[in-house]
Design a protein around this ligand. Sequence first.
Ligand code: GRG
Length: 290
Amino acid sequence: MQKELDKIAKDTNIFLKKFIKKQKKSELIIPMQYGLFSGGKKIRSKILIDVGSLFKINYKSLIMIGSAVECIHAYSLIHDDLPCMDNDSIRRGKASTHIKFGESTAVLAGNSLLTMAFEILSNKSLKIPERNKNNLINKISESSGHLGIAGGQYLDLYYERKKVSKKNIINMEIKKTGKLFSFCCVAPLILKDKSKKEIKKFEQIGADIGLLFQVADDLIDHKGNLKIAGKKTGKDKIKGKATLISLIGYKNTIKYANDLIVKINNKIRKYGSKSQNISNTLNYILNRKK
Ligand code: GRG
């Protein structure tokens, strides 16, 4: 698994470096690169490639689409670390972007990474029909805005120190983290002009994968340590974050995560032996330490 992730990370970074090199220089490029190339598992791109293999999508297109996703992901991490959000000084084992470059620069570098995602998807070097590009951009925009990452982040902050139901915690985690995974799961189907019904099915699978990812992240915060995780841990409890662990406890949360894996595996099995790639990634997601 690590070898596969390393290859995806290498190919994604090569694409992104070339893409940025072709653009005119600006003062924001250095902080943008700092947030983008400071590490990162590239797990969203892995899911995109796993689902892409079910539908025989060419690897180069998947790396380009994954690069756009990684830009949005890096943006969300830069903004998540800001003092007005989760106020974190360490990310991926290094100083957060706002610690290194200042708050206003971090906000603007984050904004520029978000828009770079759309520059990548609309770029002519992504050789797919215009209608597919349009549908990809429509879907990734929806995943990032008030119905997705930004909306989920709002709820994450709003729910601090409140009693929140299981249904609302799950809804918040699916928006905050699941929607970008949903995009990764439906992008290959968009490229193959699949039916709305089938796209909806993969949207749900993506939401469950994202939920699993976020639950695993909460488990790392609960039991992990800074040296391995590359970020401060034990913060959820201090901040009174609404998580499944705070509601149903550590052991029940692990059971919940394992049940999610069974549920996702049951849905993807019918896509044949290639679905094993997704299953392997699910196990990695739950057992990871960072
Ligand atoms: C609208 C994009 C956007 C952002 C503004 C700040 C914010 C709203 C949203 C934050 C969302 C967020 C940070 C969710 C947490 C998701 C999560 C568990 C991130 C960690 O992802 P990993 O482990 O990170 O894949 P690496 O470092 O491996 O890339």
